[in-house]
Design a protein around this ligand. Sequence first.
Ligand code: PBG
Length: 327
Amino acid sequence: MQHGDTYRRHRPRRLRRTAQMRRLARETTLAASDFIYPLFVTHGATGPVPSMPGVMRTDVATCVALAREAATCGVAGVLLFGIPTTKDGRASAAGDPVGPVCQAVRALKDAALDLAIVTDVCLCSYTDHGHCGLLQNGVIDNDLTLPRLAQVALAHAAAGADMVAPSGMMDHMVATIRQALDHDGWTGVGILSYSAKYASAFYGPFRDAADGAPAFGDRKSHQMDPSNVREALREVALDLAEGADMVMVKPAMAYLDVIRQVRTRWPEVPLAAYNVSGEYAMIKAAARLGLADEKLATLELLTGIKRAGADRIITYHALEASSWLQA
Ligand code: PBG
């Protein structure tokens, strides 16, 4: 037998010959249960978000209707963001027990939908200056902000949230929230921490939707430098030590290596990736311009995020992607 015949036995294309063979050999499969669907709820003006086709600011009833649709599709959870009608320096409306988020959480609980209810915990939509923390002499005071974040988390827990998701990248936010929840008896309420959240150019449309752009300056004093990955591992390690139940990398598309490194270092830890507003808007724009097939491009990107190591993907495409996966 010629040496050449030995390697000619190997024909990787056999596994790609038919759709059935490809499915047999598939390594990563997407499902609706991989997705978490973000929702924007308000007592103010409702309607479409211009920079995010298909995304709406909703009242409580519409929020529940969309969540019901998500549950019917098999989506794993919803992530609620509130848009308050008043903003001030103290973010007074954050954690308001009769504000839109707490009302929506109660309504979702009453509806007994088959999905998890997660709430964003940050101050940026509630402060008149748009920063994620309380200011002291024009700069964010980390430790002054922590008790406010704990209050917000407690309000969401009391309304019935299954999990709170602190997104402000304040040091010790997870420990502070965990301690407050446990102290008040909410030991069963989980924490999904935005552990490695980068100072990204891809949050623009979200800031439109949630009306949370900083009035001055930027978020680089708390969100991470896109150049760093070792720092992300340190952030994740600290959040796990502080009691995070699930950690997150955000955004997703430009940070697949970060997702992979977190997954490799902590094979056992539940990991979410946030496929953010700018990533969503980019695909919608490309599709509108005829530059990409939205369904194929979206499913490819979501598959890539999962293949990189994410267990769950927070995505505005959750409903559409779920319906494409069923078709
Ligand atoms: C608030 C928050 C932001 C996002 C989620 N929570 C915006 C920001 O940090 O500026 C972005 C989500 C998205 O772009 O889809 N801290």
